[in-house]
Design a protein around this ligand. Structure first.
Ligand SMILES: Nc1nc2c(ncn2[C@@H]2O[C@H](COP(=O)(O)OP(=O)(O)OP(=O)(O)O)[C@@H](O)[C@H]2O)c(=O)[nH]1
Length: 302
């Protein structure tokens, strides 16, 4: 039975010599029991981390208790190729191992037995679940149309930046921008072209920003960027560069070339702000002024 079970069984003596080696071990290692018996485990399998394994096994010899190794600590003890078709993505077999003391008639532990379980399917499923969760996390943070952070996640980052700004000596600036007369774009060119314009603007924002800037889609045609460690004067240069770039863009549509402009509001962090929302409100007021004064311009909050 021990020969045929779907679990590896190895018996070791105190010198770490292999005393028993069942069918599972033969099949996966390609080494038959008669060849391996009497050989030292670490000489026969140099991939095994000797110090780590001795630490585990010594407690079994001395304290007569059980010990375990899991695939989460180390993917495997014996480097066996994985041949399971369903879990074909894993190159090597993931293993959990149990070490058990074998007590002699005198009560001494002269041998330990190792049970090696193939847990590749569990491990692969767990890894796939982790990867799916990572993808879900990214999706839940980003806006589907533009790929920028969505409002919820951006606001979370904005709140953290507000707390950081409160402690730091440097100034960060919040930029809010909005497409001018966007309703007309939708009315004249249709909603799909409207979506294309939004995407084009999002690309311009992404390509013109610094790696430390944090940009998001705040609403329909409204975008926000936190320019980290940038005062309003320098943010103005960056905002104007973006505004001019957008002004020069053109989109080919069935109704001819389409150009569009944006209005921008800027507001630097102020110590009197009590929340990140106050900061947003002030930047929004500056945006409103840009709109009010004729659009296609940038205003710094007064
Ligand atoms: N195509 C498209 N349109 C959107 C989306 N989200 C919001 N909108 C449209 O954006 C328009 C916003 O219009 P308004 O808020 O009146 O502003 P506006 O026409 O840009 O005028 P000003 O901001 O004052 O220059 C509305 O017509 C919304 O339907 C979207 O995801 N795709």
């Amino acid at each position: 039975m021990i020969q045929n079970i779907d679990v590896g069984l190895v018996v070791l003596d105190k010198e770490y010599r292999i005393e028993a080696w069942n069918g599972f071990m033969e099949n996966h290692s390609g080494v038959v029991s008669t060849q391996i018996k009497g050989k030292n485990l670490f000489t026969a399998f140099p991939d095994i981390d000797e110090e780590w394994f001795r630490d585990k096994a010594d407690t079994v010899f001395q304290l007569k208790n059980r010990a375990f190794t899991t695939w989460e600590q180390r993917p495997y003890l014996f480097k066996f190729k994985n041949y399971q078709p369903i879990t074909g993505t894993a190159e090597y077999m993931f293993q959990n191992t149990t070490l058990l003391p074998l007590t002699s008639a005198t009560g001494e532990v002269e041998h330990i037995s190792m049970l090696i379980y193939d847990v590749t399917d569990v491990a692969v499923n767990r890894e796939q679940l982790k990867s799916a969760n990572r993808q879900l996390k990214t999706l839940s943070r980003s806006d589907r149309l533009t790929g920028l952070y969505n409002r919820g996640y951006w606001e979370e980052l904005m709140r953290m930046e507000f707390l950081r700004a409160r402690r730091s000596q440097t100034v960060s600036t919040l930029m809010i921008l909005d497409i001018d007369h966007f309703k007309n774009v939708n009315d004249v060119y249709g909603h799909q072209v409207g979506d294309q314009v939004i995407r084009l603007l999002a690309n311009s924002i992404s390509s013109s920003q610094r790696v430390t800037d944090i940009s998001g889609r705040y609403g329909g045609e409204e975008f926000v960027v936190i320019l980290v460690d940038t005062d309003p004067k320098h943010a103005m240069i960056s905002a104007e560069r973006l505004r001019q770039k957008v002004e020069s863009l053109s989109l080919s549509t069935a109704q001819g070339e389409l150009t569009f402009t944006i209005s921008i509001g800027l507001c630097g962090y102020r110590p009197e702000f009590e929340s990140h929302e106050e900061w947003i409100v002030e930047a929004d007021k500056a945006l409103y002024e840009s709109k009010h004064n004729g659009r296609n311009q940038t205003t710094i909050a007064g």
